[in-house]
Design a protein around this ligand. Structure first.
Ligand code: PMP
Length: 416
């Protein structure tokens, strides 16, 4: 592994030091050193995140926003400090624009069921792209069924890039919402979000961005992107499961009805009528995953210390290196070759089902994802049942990609 580090021209990122922060990377799998190439599904956690959560449970734990006693105050302060870290990470204008949810899926459902229900009627349209994850398709389908509205899909080209002119053509006077992924989980394609928001806003249409696959790869600036909603999950950002974020412009969040009712989200309750708390609490019914929010804050601190620019340079090197390695393998076809791409190497092998590829790779200690990646329409678009997807993160190395390429060649030998 250290040899790989010497080859990696990512000045500024000491990958071996970073790897020591992630205890799981020292694990073995089937008698081999673990080669974890499935960070797009869920990223591993640095000790700093694990420690922050354990410290919180050991020394500061109590329910939040309720207790008058010191411990509850400390827990509340830690939870709200995590919200402020998320605000800074996204460069949102105000911490009250940050709603803690369970993850990207819940964030999108929240917007569809509140903003969507309020503004979408019969014959209206929701515009998405052909590269969306199921969680940015199905909530809109549910809304469309409920309202008699239509889901409109902007196509992608053979490399997996959005056809922006086709997207623009589909923005109609009936479009009530645009919902696009920032980075495709199945293809790695990066969408031109700034252009998309410009085109939509010219027509007065709000834009939700699914940032699940974008956040691990660099700092996000929601004001620069000029999006109205931005959703992501902590577990893909080296934080814990169980928590995620919905950023929403304050004026939109304020105008939306609540999503779920219960404690925490109310101002007053009587049997005749209840009134709602201010944002973001209006959307945070019930006791949240307090420790997870603190873990997410620690993950953001960690990435800030490593340096987002360094991460981007390292990952670009890995993507180029891995692409060249896989391109050189006869019988391997890359799925997703957009010019602007992040962290994902998706491929099919002639004559070998992706599940068989995944099984052989697993025997070599290599963890990759095989299947439709919760993006069945993408598989249909490329006329494949599934792909094998290797995905890299800040702790990945060239040596791991070498191991991947060797294992693919071995798979081909077994199956031919
Ligand atoms: N959108 C994209 C692009 C994703 O990759 C994922 C996770 N695979 C999701 C949404 C859903 O995220 P979660 O399961 O954390 O809600």
């Amino acid at each position: 592994m250290s040899a790989a580090n010497e080859q990696t021209p990512a000045a500024g990122l000491d990958v071996e030091r970073i790897r020591r922060d992630f205890p799981i990377l020292a694990e073995q799998s089937h008698g081999h050193p673990l080669v974890f190439l499935d960070s797009a599904a869920s990223a591993q956690k640095p000790q700093q995140v694990i420690d922050a959560m354990s410290e919180f449970y050991s020394h500061d734990y109590a329910n939040i926003h309720r207790g008058v006693y010191e411990l509850s105050q400390r827990a509340t302060d830690a939870f709200e400090a995590a919200r402020e870290k998320v605000r800074a990470f996204l460069n949102a204008g105000e911490a009250r624009e940050i709603v803690f949810v369970r993850g990207t899926t819940e964030a999108i459902n929240l917007v569809a069921m509140t903003h969507g229900r309020k503004h979408v009627g019969a014959g209206d349209e929701i515009l998405i792209t052909a590269m969306e994850h199921h969680s940015n398709i199905v909530p809109w389908q549910l809304l469309c069924e409920d309202r008699g509205a239509n889901l409109v899909v902007a196509p992608i080209d053979d490399r997996g890039a959005l056809l922006l002119d086709e997207f623009e053509k589909r923005l109609s006077p009936r479009t009530r919402m645009v919902a696009v992924t920032h980075v495709s989980n199945a293809l790695g394609s990066v969408n031109p979000v700034r252009e998309i928001t410009r085109l939509a806003h010219e027509r007065g249409v709000p834009v939700l961005v699914d940032g699940a696959q974008a956040v691990p790869h660099g700092r996000i600036d929601v004001r620069e992107l000029d999006c109205d909603f931005y959703a992501f999950s902590s577990h893909k950002l080296f934080g814990p499961t169980g928590i995620g974020v919905l950023y929403g412009r304050s004026e939109l969040l304020e105008s939306m009805p609540p999503y779920q009712g219960g404690g925490e989200m109310i101002l007053t309750v009587s049997f005749e009528k209840s009134t709602w708390a201010e944002i973001p609490h209006k959307f945070e019914a019930g006791t949240p995953d307090i420790a997870a929010a603190i873990g997410l804050g620690a993950a953001i601190d960690y990435l800030g210390e490593v340096g987002f620019d360094h991460i981007a340079v390292h990952e670009r090197d890995l993507l180029e290196y891995g692409t060249a390695l896989l391109d050189a393998i006869p019988g391997l076809r890359m799925i997703g070759t957009a010019a602007d791409k992040a962290a994902v190497l998706s491929f099919v092998l002639d004559g070998v089902h992706p599940h068989d590829v995944g099984t052989i790779l697993d025997q070599e200690g290599i963890a990759v994802r095989t299947g439709h990646h919760c993006a069945q329409p993408v598989m249909d678009r490329f006329e494949v049942p599934a792909t094998t997807r290797a995905s890299v993160a800040l702790y990945s190395t060239r040596a791991e990609l070498d191991a991947l390429a060797r294992a693919i060649l071995k798979t081909q030998e077994i199956f031919t």
